[in-house]
Write a protein that binds this ligand. Structure first.
Ligand code: SF4
Length: 270
């Protein structure tokens, strides 16, 4: 089978910053105790490796007892919690996530109500909701009950088409201020994926099933060709590819080059 690899693949800058940063910190400080607030990035293989190397994953600050370093993941944490932490905090929050947080914060300071187009269980928007419980997080325009002027932003990893459709369904009788908070790296990746999908007859998306942008990529692939999602090469089954000649390989933004290269090597043998 001929294997085609999408132009933008592997870590995005935000994930690379977090993974390489923590990797370096752990290597340089073998005797120190690390506590991490939730997943550093949405990648089970990378998280298992950090846990194996002694990084403790916690969901609650009270569990961080006797730590040397407290690590904030790429999707950030609530400012309420962050402001109570000691200087040994290492913050790997992605700049695009910080931009979203800032857009919400500024809008609220200016007296606006805020709607985030996103998944209410995603860490990035959950941490913002902890600081601003009055905001609405939803993908359904019918959930938006504000009648006065309000601000709409998006979780960074949402698709622009879905966001535009959400905004246009909010109702023309309302005055809506739209702020662009979608991550440009996920958008570019989807753009290049769409181009490659026109010339393949099936697709493999490499990434974790709980990664929002990986699922977004899978959704796009499935809308164009039969598609499979795998976390690593061990999940590939040659029988599933019988009858296909050209496979496109895509990934989420938290998938490592190693995972992708191993999948490509196995696909080449089918
Ligand atoms: S996908 Fe975008 S927002 Fe998310 S970590 Fe990567 S660069 Fe940051």
């Amino acid at each position: 089978m001929k294997v085609h690899v999408s132009k933008l693949i592997g870590f995005c800058p935000g994930v690379r910053f977090a993974v390489e940063g923590l990797d370096y910190l752990v290597l340089q400080n073998p005797k120190k105790r690390f506590f991490l607030f939730g997943d550093l990035v949405h990648n089970n293989i990378i998280m298992n490796d950090f846990v194996f190397r002694g990084v403790n994953v916690i969901t609650d600050k009270s569990k961080a007892i006797g730590y040397d370093y407290l690590i904030i993941p790429s999707h950030g944490i609530s400012s309420l919690v962050k402001n109570t932490l000691s200087p040994t905090v290492v913050d790997y929050t992605c700049q695009n996530v910080l931009n979203l947080r800032l857009a919400v914060e500024n809008s609220i300071k200016q007296g606006y109500s805020v709607v985030i187009f996103g998944d209410s269980n995603h860490g990035e928007v959950l941490s913002i909701a902890l600081d601003f419980p009055e905001i609405i997080i939803t993908r359904n325009p019918l959930d938006v009950s504000f009648t006065e002027k309000f601000v709409v932003v998006s979780q960074t990893t949402m698709s622009r088409d879905d966001f535009n459709s959400f905004v246009s369904n909010l109702g023309f009788d309302k005055e809506i201020i739209v702020k662009d908070t979608i991550c440009p790296f996920t958008e570019q990746r989807l753009f290049f994926a769409k181009m490659l999908l026109k010339s393949v007859d099936c697709a493999v998306v490499v990434g974790s099933k709980h990664s929002s942008n990986t699922l977004r990529m899978l959704e796009l692939c499935r809308s164009m060709v039969p598609s499979f999602i795998v976390e690593d090469s061990s999940e590939l089954n040659s029988d599933a590819f019988i009858g296909f000649n050209q496979v496109g390989v895509f990934s989420g933004t938290s998938t490592s080059d190693k995972q992708i290269e191993e999948v490509i090597d196995v696909l080449k043998t089918f």
